[in-house]
Write a protein that binds this ligand. Structure first.
Ligand SMILES: Nc1ncnc2c1ncn2[C@@H]1O[C@H](COP(=O)(O)OP(=O)(O)OP(=O)(O)O)[C@@H](O)[C@H]1O
Length: 634
């Protein structure tokens, strides 16, 4: 059986390829510039390997020249050029990459960054062009050639005139359509913008003739100021790209200022970064990265609109503006870039073929950020607290999310306000400061430090000199529940039914309960399902009542869950605690045997007062108010 070759309808294939591979038309310029840069690289390589060739860096550049009248855009280079055969081979065969062949044939050395590998990029120019001309003269050749094509009907090659070696690609820009504005590819500022975005770190200068306004110098009559200055348009050749990628430089060559400038130039944020991390890896997977911890959270940071990610470059050419896979969610505030020459790109260069490489880089990045934050916490507490103020919530979400997978990584980065030290403390610091027989890490939840400070439930612990951590973010208690314990110490809410502070006092409290059993039973009967229990309190000193919660769900958590669309059914097991030494309890005792109506009012007022102190509105404010009046009327 004879083997048949596949036949391809090349016209269709070309059309398909051009219009379905790329998401953004503007990348055609990135592709042409990358080809030009590859061509110069090849010439540089030849110069390294041949004695008779010199490579004077200044002579090698890429130039981008738009012409609005002719609707042409020219991209020229002083690279290696192409012979007639190479033109046929490389531009006449789709998916044939002369650059990949060059890389394979030559042992490409350090300092050469050949980008092309698929043999596709060139044709992306047909997304914006209806006709392309390539004029080229190969190094060491006397002949120049012109390749022309309008994309669908094939191409022609004929001899041409060209003085020096190199290539000039002339694209005839399409006319605007209703959906598409092609004129922008003839505008200086737009071209500049595209070059900066994708090709800023191409190693050779990308030049453009740019028009600027210059003041006309007039004959002046002494020192009077020119009230009516005249300007003229001046065209100057300028280099548009920055060329040297900062991340390739050695750290020792760079100052803090350089890193700040880079952050601002790249518009990673409008603030100043708190810290930068510059890393390079030279193992099997080579990459460099500059990461920043910003000073302030962007306005949309805690919204769904915020997109995390790092810029991803392949050999200095931008592949992705925000590559999310390089950052875990809990470090989503980190900005910066990664450049690697070892990425396996897909043909559009918009994605990677394997995410394994990203996983490896991402893991290292995660470790570096953690190390940097830990060092900041240790060596520059003020800076760390400012960081935590902005991004701490994200770290807490990190502890809580993914079923607590990352809690160990993150637990030592947490800070909470301490009742005792009146400042932020780490969990480690809390545990180190625990009283000898203290078993739990105590915390109190509320809207603000000020409000928590006044919570009746904190009275007794403070009195006995226990330290309490104040949880003011909604996520705090959820995160801590996920953490379960820290260095073997479990977390306990000041509102929990059983504080386990003083065993002796607890015994007393039991005895007391027996003494007032009848009253407490009655109160429970009146309040019904609203509370799980009514008990005498030992934690209260000056206040009459408070709410405590038995079980896992605290009152604060219930409030948060209630505000969520599907959290309405979640209820905490509320316990009404009453201070039996308080005047109000004594008043209740007085009426207990004689006035059923008053006892009802007391029960409701006690309960609703406790709710109010938790920031919860009574279910029936009118009934509550009437009950209050009933009690003060005498
Ligand atoms: N300006 C140029 N100077 C010299 N050779 C060029 C130039 N532009 C293209 N070529 C040749 O044409 C080939 C095909 O280019 P094309 O852009 O289609 O693919 P590529 O750059 O090899 O790969 P990729 O699709 O990954 O960009 C290149 O490999 C190179 O050999």
């Amino acid at each position: 059986m004879s083997k048949q070759e596949f036949k391809a309808e090349s016209k269709r294939l070309l059309e398909l390829m051009i219009n379905s591979i790329y998401t953004h038309k503007e990348i055609f310029l990135r592709e042409l510039i990358s080809n030009a840069s590859d061509a110069i690289d090849k010439r540089y390589y030849k110069a390294l390997t041949r004695e008779d060739l010199k490579f004077n860096k200044e002579d090698f550049f890429i130039k981008v020249i738009p012409d609005k009248e002719k609707r042409t855009l020219r991209v020229l280079d002083t690279g290696i050029g192409m012979t007639k055969e190479e033109l046929e081979d490389n531009l006449g065969t789709i998916a044939k990459s002369g650059s990949l062949a060059f890389k394979n044939e030559n042992e490409v050395k350090e300092g050469i960054d050949i980008i092309g590998q698929f043999g596709i990029g060139f044709y992306s120019a047909f997304m914006v062009a209806d006709h392309i001309t390539v004029k080229t003269k190969a190094l060491d050749s006397d002949e120049a050639y012109r390749w022309e094509s309008d994309g669908v009907e094939g191409y022609t090659i004929e001899t041409a005139e060209k003085a020096d070696a190199g290539t000039e690609v002339i694209i005839k820009v399409r006319e605007n359509t209703e959906e598409e504005n092609y004129d922008e590819y003839l505008e200086d500022h737009r071209l500049q913008e595209i070059i900066k975005k994708y090709s800023d770190f191409v190693r050779y200068p990308i030049k453009m003739d740019l028009t600027t306004q210059e003041k006309v110098e007039k004959e002046s009559d002494g020192d009077s100021e020119d009230k009516d200055p005249e300007y003229k348009e001046v065209v100057k050749e300028e280099t548009v790209n920055s060329m040297v990628p900062m991340w390739r430089k050695n750290k020792s060559q760079l100052t803090d200022e350089d890193y700040i400038n880079f952050y601002q130039e790249k518009r990673y944020g409008f603030d100043k970064p708190l810290k930068h991390i510059h890393m390079k890896a030279d193992g099997t997977l080579r990459y460099s990265s500059i990461l920043y911890i910003p000073e302030q959270a962007p306005y949309d940071f805690y919204t769904k609109e915020y997109e995390k990610g790092l810029e991803l470059y392949s050999s200095g050419v931008l592949i992705m503006e925000k590559c999310p896979d390089l950052l875990p969610d809990y470090f989503s505030f980190v900005k910066g870039m990664v450049d690697s020459e070892d990425l396996s790109l897909n043909i559009s260069r918009e994605m990677l073929q394997h995410d394994r490489q990203l996983q490896i880089i991402g893991k290292k990045i995660k470790e570096k950020i953690k190390t940097a934050l830990t060092a900041m916490l240790k060596n520059d507490r003020e800076k760390y607290e400012s960081f935590f103020n902005n991004f701490g919530k994200q770290i807490k979400y990190g502890v809580y999310s993914d079923f607590g997978q990352n809690k160990e990584t993150l637990q030592d980065l947490l800070l909470f306000y301490s009742s005792k030290r009146k400042k932020m403390v780490t969990l480690k610091e809390y545990v180190e400061g625990m009283k000898e027989d203290q078993e739990h890490i105590y915390y109190a939840s509320g809207d603000s430090v000020e409000k928590i400070d006044k919570m009746p439930q904190t009275e007794m612990l403070k009195d006995k000199d226990y330290e309490i951590l104040y949880f003011t973010d909604e996520v705090d208690e959820f995160a801590i529940k996920m953490l379960m314990n820290y260095e073997g110490k479990t977390f306990k809410s000041v509102s929990s039914g059983d504080l386990e502070v003083d065993k002796e006092e607890e015994k007393e409290s039991k005895e007391e309960k027996e003494e007032f059993q009848e009253i407490f039973n009655k109160l429970k009967e009146i309040l019904g399902d609203k509370v799980k229990d009514v008990r005498p309190s030992k934690r209260l000193k000056n206040h009459a009542v408070c709410l405590a919660a038995d079980g896992e769900l605290s009152i604060e958590m219930e409030k948060i869950l209630q505000s969520m669309p599907d959290g309405a059914g979640m209820k905490s097991e509320k316990v009404l605690e009453i201070n039996t030494d308080h005047k109000m309890f004594k008043a209740l005792q007085k009426h207990f045997a004689s006035d059923e109506e008053k006892v009802q009012a007391y029960a409701n007022v006690f309960y609703n007062q406790a709710l109010l102190m938790e920031g919860i509105t009574p279910e029936d404010p009118v009934a509550y108010s009437n009950d209050v009046f009933k009690l003060i009327e005498e």
